[in-house]
Design a protein around this ligand. Structure first.
Ligand code: GLY
Length: 365
């Protein structure tokens, strides 16, 4: 080979390796460390939970609970004990569960039979330990029961009576099933039952096959939280009453690890809200993390691709909060959902930032 040819080959190889290096950096850049953001807590109060417009008073009430959840969770992050990200997720979700305003805990929606069957899960990103409960009717804070399953049982998911007996044995707060009765949720069920009695168009029956009630009226709200602590550990949790007028025994995505909740320190922490049947079928929380981990996408890109892409094309309303190990986070809900209650707090200013409906978050969203 003459000298000219060899020089050309060497030059071409150098250009190719430079391009490969730059391409790799460009893909990695979105997940680069962010030293200013050591502690992060992001929460959601569910998608589609509110009417399109609410009074200033209702807006104030919702925001006050979201802010309280952020403050309560952030205090646990600041304490910095071992497992602080789990503490923060649990503390924030307990505040949302104790409020009648959100579809979880006290504000849970009713089943077709007029009962409340609650689901929740929690996961940590270091060792990928997880716990969940489904179909519980006497556990005041299902998220704490989920954490107890993770830490005090050899299992990941306990359901129904077994989960309740476990909660009693471990001295969690137990309430009479009537504790979960609220007028607003009861009225929602009555409205759904009336609609169900009317013949429905075949198209709505084909979409997911859950029942004949118009999807927007079924109430798919959940609450959830994702957190990053000072040790660099991620955690995620989700809690819900499920969907209004669900069949007894129906389990949604919220207590399913990989569907409604997922955490992996090498990728992200995710909590989802939306039409659970689709979130289970599309393994949404894990899918988002897999895109971050294996395709090296940013948390924003991965979440948008799943929630605004595949899910929306399938006809599923929904949203997610996603947090990476570098402190980058993203909040997304699709056009079919139209709105989501949400908020965050970070060590950058240690102040809660919240928004409801489709109003923008003050910053960083
Ligand atoms: N995403 C809540 C549920 O479908 O149960």
């Amino acid at each position: 080979m003459d000298l000219r040819k060899r020089s050309l080959i060497v030059a071409a190889a150098s250009i190719l390796s430079l391009a490969a290096w730059m391409f790799g950096r460009a893909e990695q850049a979105p997940n680069a460390p962010n030293p200013a953001r050591k502690l992060v807590l992001v929460i959601h109060g569910g998608e589609g939970d509110l009417p399109e417009k609410v009074s200033p008073e209702v807006e104030k009430q919702h925001k006050a609970v979201l802010e309280q959840a952020l403050r309560r969770g952030y205090a646990r992050l600041k304490e910095g004990k071992k497992g602080a990200s789990l503490d923060a997720v649990e503390a924030a979700i307990r505040v949302l569960e104790d409020s009648p305003l959100f579809n979880a805990g006290k504000g849970a929606v009713f089943t077709h039979e007029g009962r409340n069957e609650l689901d929740a899960s929690i996961m940590e990103g270091k060792d990928k330990k997880a716990g969940a409960v489904a179909g519980v009717s006497i556990v005041k804070n299902p998220i704490s029961a989920a954490r107890a399953v993770m830490e005090r049982s050899p299992h990941v998911l306990l359901v129904g009576r077994g989960a309740e007996l476990f909660a009693i044995k471990h001295k969690l707060d137990i309430v009479h099933p009537d504790y979960f009765w609220t007028q607003e949720r009861w009225d929602e069920l009555q409205e759904a039952l009336k609609k169900e009695a009317k013949p429905s168009p075949p198209a709505s029956k084909e979409r997911g096959g859950a029942d004949a009630v118009e999807p927007r009226k079924r109430h798919f709200g959940t609450v959830g939280a994702v957190a990053l602590d000072g040790e660099g550990n991620l955690a995620a949790g989700t809690s819900t009453g499920g969907m209004t007028n669900k069949w007894s025994g129906r389990v949604g995505d919220s207590p399913i690890i990989g569907a409604g909740t997922y955490a992996d320190n090498e990728a992200c922490a995710v909590s989802c809200t939306g039409w659970g049947e689709y979130f289970i079928r599309f393994a949404v929380a894990h899918d988002i993390c897999a895109r971050v981990k294996y395709a090296r996408r940013s948390v924003k890109d991965a979440a948008d691709t799943v929630v605004n892409g595949e899910l929306q094309r399938a006809g599923a309303e929904g949203g997610a909060i996603v947090l990476g190990p570098n402190g980058d986070f993203h909040v997304v809900y699709n056009r079919l959902a139209g709105q989501m209650s949400r908020g965050f707090i970070t060590s950058e200013d240690a102040l809660p930032h919240v928004a409801i409906l489709d109003k923008p978050l003050p910053k960083n969203d």
